[in-house]
Design a protein around this ligand. Structure first.
Ligand code: NAP
Length: 473
């Protein structure tokens, strides 16, 4: 059984003792004191004496200084000293009291290489290795290596670092690690990807895991929104990021299976390419040719498109009759395609415009819609829907269409959610349009639909909106 080990990063003895009392009362099962965080090394090491395992860690380039510190810590009651693999001190303490550690902040090596590293570490004490996870293949290497190490019936610690490695910490118990290192506060994490003790205890040792894949996943709001929904529903679970470059997409089904991930969102650029990797596709997703939500079932992976459900809910919020409504869709990418698929189902009269006109033509041709060049647009639409990133933060601060096409009778929706008020929506308000809809509504609704697909529950939308707003401040 893995012990949740609180990593105490304190500046002095007083703070160390305060953190120690706090984490023990919360339920920490082991304590690591980072002696290198102290502004001056104290004489008083009494905080090491405890009814639970304690570890002394002191990263320093000077082995001579550290030797006395480690002796002092063991004498004061520390159960282990953590010594790096390249230190001469690793063989100067009884093996039972040494955690011999190895870190690679750049990459995860192959399983064969990791096993060689563990073979070497084992000669000095309990082997501990932490590797930076860059994507799904590294996650699989860590999983497979952990299963191999488990079979050897020796205590070990194996950690995947970084955002993409978070799932290795959440599944630490299943991977068989002796300790799962947790921070006392988010800002006091001692390694990339470390989760707080509070969150680790909230989700328990066998949590529900949901996730998002895409690349590079730097802008996504989904973790904040989905984690708020899990918390509000009192589900012991966590939503994690698993960035996957295109060459790694094929590993996603194995990741879902091995790490027992209940469901996954799929975002740019994989919404289309994920389809051949799934066993079943919902008809709406099939008509859009894109999947943004996967459910992991005993019968295989099922694909859905909740962008469409989010769009439908957004348009429903302004009570528009869609049948026969003249709709202009701006864009010809994945989001535009989902919109065209939905709006053609509800028999709207669709026109498509796009920066690259030929793509608008192709999409229109596929769904029996019309294509129109941006410079030929007229004030002729009941609904205008932006499905491009033009106006998004980080992009040019411009509207994708001229203000002259916005009339008092039309509803304008922008799929962009950052910023909430885009140049298009600003123009629309200035033109006095009937209603505007921002991308936040669609984002929350697509996330809510995914949550329901995974859990069978309706999420707390207010909690999701609050998480969105906290992220945007
Ligand atoms: P995509 O597949 O990459 O398509 C991008 C589309 O936008 C293409 O038609 C592209 O035109 C056009 N475009 C790109 N940059 C442009 C610019 N600077 N000016 C004018 N047009 C530009 O992306 P997507 O998945 O469809 O997503 C499009 C937007 O919808 C994104 O902003 C995304 O965040 C948003 N979205 C929001 C939600 C939500 O829940 N609110 C859900 C899905 C998507 P070309 O063909 O000329 O390249």
């Amino acid at each position: 059984m893995t012990a949740n080990c609180a990593v105490i990063v304190a500046k002095d003895v007083l703070e160390a003792k305060a953190f120690r009392a706090e984490v023990i009362s919360k339920g920490a099962e082991a304590l690591e004191f980072r002696l290198d965080s102290f502004s001056t090394l104290p004489d008083d090491f009494s905080f090491f004496a405890a009814d639970l395992p304690t570890i002394a860690t002191f990263r320093s380039s000077s082995d001579e200084d550290r030797k006395d510190v480690f002796v002092h810590a063991l004498n004061a009651g520390a159960d282990y000293v953590d010594i790096e693999a390249d230190s001469v001190l690793r063989d100067q303490f009884p093996k039972d009291h040494v955690i011999c550690s190895y870190h690679d902040f750049e990459k995860t090596p192959t399983m064969e290489e990791i096993l060689l590293i563990f073979k070497d570490l084992l000669t000095s004490g309990i082997p501990k290795a932490a590797f930076m996870v860059r994507g799904p293949s590294d996650l699989l290497t860590i999983y497979d290596t952990a299963m191999h190490l488990r079979g050897m019936n020796q205590p070990f610690i194996l950690i995947g670092m970084g955002d993409a490695g978070e799932v290795t910490r959440i599944r630490a118990d299943e991977l068989g690690s002796l300790f799962n290192y947790c921070s006392v506060r988010l800002e006091l994490a001692s390694a990339p990807g470390q989760i707080t003790l509070e969150e680790t205890l909230r989700i328990g040792k066998d949590p529900v895991i949901t996730a998002i894949t895409g690349y590079p996943l730097t802008h996504t709001f989904s973790p904040e929104i989905q984690n708020a929904a899990l918390k509000a529903a009192k589900i012991s679970g966590r939503y994690v990021k698993i960035p996957a470059a295109s060459r790694e997409l094929d590993f996603i089904p194995a990741i879902l299976k091995k790490y027992r991930i209940t469901g996954m969102n799929v975002t740019i650029p994989h919404k289309e390419k994920i389809i051949p990797l799934l066993q079943k596709i919902d008809p709406l997703a099939k008509s859009a040719g894109a999947v943004n939500t996967i459910r992991n079932t005993p019968n295989g992976l099922e694909g859905f498109n909740t962008d469409i459900l989010g769009l439908a809910a957004s348009l429903a919020s302004v009570n528009m009759v869609l049948n026969d409504a003249k709709v202009l869709i701006i864009g010809a990418g994945g989001a535009a395609r989902a919109a065209v698929a939905y709006l053609s189902r509800v028999k709207a009269n669709i026109s498509i415009t796009n920066r690259t006109y030929s793509r608008a033509e192709n999409l229109a041709h596929e769904f029996g819609a019309s294509a129109v060049r941006i410079e030929e647009l007229k004030p002729d639409y009941a609904i205008i829907l932006n499905a491009t990133p033009a106006g998004m933060s980080g992009f040019e601060n411009v509207s994708p269409v001229p203000i002259t096409i916005l009339t008092k009778d039309c509803v304008v929706m922008d799929m962009i959610y950052d910023p909430e008020e885009t140049p298009l929506l600003k123009d629309a308000k200035a033109a006095g349009v009937k209603a505007t809809i921002c991308g936040k509504t669609m984002l929350i609704e697509q996330a809510a639909a995914a949550f329901t697909i995974w859990t069978g529950l309706q999420p707390d939308r207010a909690a999701m909106k609050k998480a969105f707003e906290e992220r945007t401040v």
